[in-house]
Design a protein around this ligand. Sequence first.
Ligand code: 9MR
Length: 372
Amino acid sequence: MCTRTLLFAIIIVFLGASCKEVSKEKPLSQHIRESTDKGIKDWGNFPIGGAINVRKALKDRKLDSITVQNFNSITSTNDMKMYAIVKEDSIPDFTRVDSLVSYTKKNGMRLFGRALVWHYGLPKWISKTTEEKGAAWADTFLRKYIDTVVPRYKDDVVAWDVVNEAFDTKTGAYRKTFWYETFGKEYIEKAFRYAHAADPDAKLFYNDFGQEKYPEKLDSIIAMVYDFKNRGVPIRGIGLQMHLEMDTPEQAIADALKKSAATGLLVHISELDIIFNKHNDENDGGEQAITELTEEMKLAQAEKFKQVALLYRKHVPKAQRFGITFWDFNDRDTWIKPFFDLKEWPTNYDENLDPKPAYYGFIEGLVTKIEN
Ligand code: 9MR
């Protein structure tokens, strides 16, 4: 080989090696952005969920493709609530739930059922009939309702939120709802026992919001869980909705996750979103301080989503990770805007259904190496 050819060959090898160096050092965020064939579910080692309204997903191709790309677990935003199933009278309407079941089956997704008992939006006819006929009627109704709904989806629904939001914000006392006024706190236990009898294989969850915001509420929930475990009430998981605010301290999120995981139950972050303004949990209103979304805020939100994923991985042992579910998951459809009457951007996708920095930030939190 002449000297010139040798020199050329050395340069080529050198260039090749340095190119490899470059691609090796490609920043994680760039690697994630370039992996357009993947969705959030493909980066972690636990289920990633999305809460959907199936009618919207079936009509809107972009929403459908985002859903299929990112999630391997689905929660229904409203269609599985008692008020949607037995709206007017006791005749159950399963049309929407059935269509949700076909959607998740077609796409090979896990279906999470919710919520069997929730005070909010209780169909009026139920409280009215209870007033007329008494608590015994309500008990029979509750049992019959659970016995009708749960076995129907035995092969489709792996887990249920059995009771949602039974504790007061701030004080941690039992919330004085229709169910509480009718049965006392025993309604919670009743519902778990009825659900277990209806499908002994279903994993049964207690779900609530603000465990990271209201320590008394967190402690009441944890105390109830230990009491249930001691007395053999069939509870298998705790759901933390995690409707967070940008300034929710990471320590508070960690505490809620740690205490929940210490019970040994499955832990589900069940309704994740992160707002810039404030929820007002007392009167269902919001406190609007911020009206514009800046680039800087988008990056800060990305970092917050990343921290949530990291904290979940750090504090919830692998075997207890039921998953993380995003509520509505785009700034167009988010419940936050109408519910709290706020201008807001609490999710991973923007109003045009394009991924925000928050989308990539969360994925970084799924893949960044941690020690635990
Ligand atoms: O996102 C839901 C919204 O579309 C409904 O109007 C509202 C009332 O049913 O419920 C929203 O979802 C709630 C969830 O089921 C429980 N946690 C908080 C959410 C807001 O109440």
